[in-house]
Design a protein around this ligand. Sequence first.
Ligand SMILES: C[S@@+](CC[C@H](N)C(=O)[O-])C[C@H]1O[C@@H](n2cnc3c(N)ncnc32)[C@H](O)[C@@H]1O
Length: 571
Amino acid sequence: MAEMEMRAREDVEIGRDITPAIPPISFSLHDAFLHSHCSACFSPLSGRPFPPRHHRHLSSSSSVLYCSPLCSAADSPLHFSSAESNLLDSSPPSPSSESSADLRLLRTSSAAASGDRMFGLLTNREKLLAEGDEISDRVRSGAAAMAAARGRGNGAAEEEESAICLVITNGVEVVDEKGRGIGIAVYDSAFSWINHSCSPNACYRFLLPSPDLSPSPPDSDLRIVPSGPTVENAASAGGGGYGPRIVVRSIRRIKKGEEITVAYTDLLQPKAARSSELWSKYRFICCCKRCSSSSSSSYVDRALEEIATSQGFDNVEATGRRLTDYVDEVITDFLSDDGDPETCCRKLEHLLVSGLSGLRLHPLHHLAINAYTTLSSAYRIHASTSSLTSDHHHCPESFSKTRTSAAYALFLAAAANHLLTFEPSLVACVANYWASAGECLLTLSSSSSPPPPPSRVAQQYRCSKCSFVDALKAVSYADFETVKCKLVDCIGGYTRRSWGYLSKGCDYLERFEDPMDLSWVQKWPASSNRDAKCGFVVAESMDDVWQLGAHCLAYGGFLAAVCYGGAIALE
Ligand SMILES: C[S@@+](CC[C@H](N)C(=O)[O-])C[C@H]1O[C@@H](n2cnc3c(N)ncnc32)[C@H](O)[C@@H]1O
């Protein structure tokens, strides 16, 4: 069957909402958040939560909770009529948020699938069941459990299978303002007919309604239109009009008639990992510009996978897998309950400096990028544990760990920023990296002795050279490239003045002369940068570190506002 896609109805600038806030047709919190968040509006529960309004099942009172009587009244009928309550209260309880979302979809009598579509949305049922793999097993066993919960016995469960496949194919992870995935939601065709690209021109954000279910702020127009065969629309499914809304936003200039695409997968993964995820979950081979770029991979994909081998090395693939396993294992150990930050830092830095079995990671390799993220947080935790026994301001060990944490965060942001120049759709994750570099640098400068004066708040700061203040207001993106260049230029200046100081004592980071100037990476590993490095040892002043932090935060906020809109908060 021909597939649907969405196209721009008009020319669209970068950083514009291209859909109104679309309410979900089905949604459910992840099990881990059922007792901390409201099941109707997804806001965090505070004070005494409210149980579902008793319908018929007087005993089912605690499987889902609400923040207000209004939310309880709005969602309880669906909670019971969808049979979700039977599934959650069964023993063993709560199978998954996906099953709840599936059941909620099926509660309407018009749910029957027609061909490979249900409510106009692609289910991909045949493709997902065709291969006897983990997904097809999950669909079959989930459908049987759902059919039992709906009192439909143990017979064929085609309708349930279609609902599960629909949620796999169209469901999106709802992310809160802390970046945590708290639930799953399915939206109507205005969102669900948008295809994937590894170099997309749009992204999306969620609006969590206020607890009193008051209407959302004024909507923008729908600037996209469907393209494809005539298909019955999903609007009839309805979701009660509440739950997390989704807004699609342009992250590039889009021409009238151009296809709108978003990312279904993490764009900083290498091509093989993206392809494997897209195939196992969505059953398609991506032919986007980035994936099919001429004979070889794009520059970004090459960098994300590049490793150096010693001469005569002939088992790159197997050792490449060992590298991945090694990094995964170190990170998993660190994230476990008894994770030790010191061991994590030692192992990851040894890998970055010396490699493994004759293989060395390119500084922009995706495993190296994961390692920088982990190292920044491991050094931060290490610093806080070092200072537990002494005054943080007077604990040199803790201070130097805080400094290395900031240096890794800055290096990561600079590396990702380099990739952004080749792949503009990385803007959302690059924004996060700059924001966290800014936070780490400001923490460092505030823990120096003496700390900056308390009046020194980033919001009040005005830089004479760049568009810092204009960026904070984020009023227009028409001059996006100009504002970006000015901010990056200023960040480059402060980085050059501070890098020797920030990287001091870190064997890996000291090898890089200037993280903002990665012009050498294309020649890597022809020469070691260690010899070429300049000998800055001390930042000209802690003021440079503060200025650098404030600029990083502003730049991160500027990029984030392109993706998510709204004002930039700097504290
Ligand atoms: C959320 S739907 C997108 C809309 C879909 N094209 C339709 O006709 O309803 C996701 C499904 O669309 C198809 N799809 C999305 N992006 C694609 C792409 N870049 N190439 C091929 N198929 C794609 C896959 O079948 C995928 O499972």
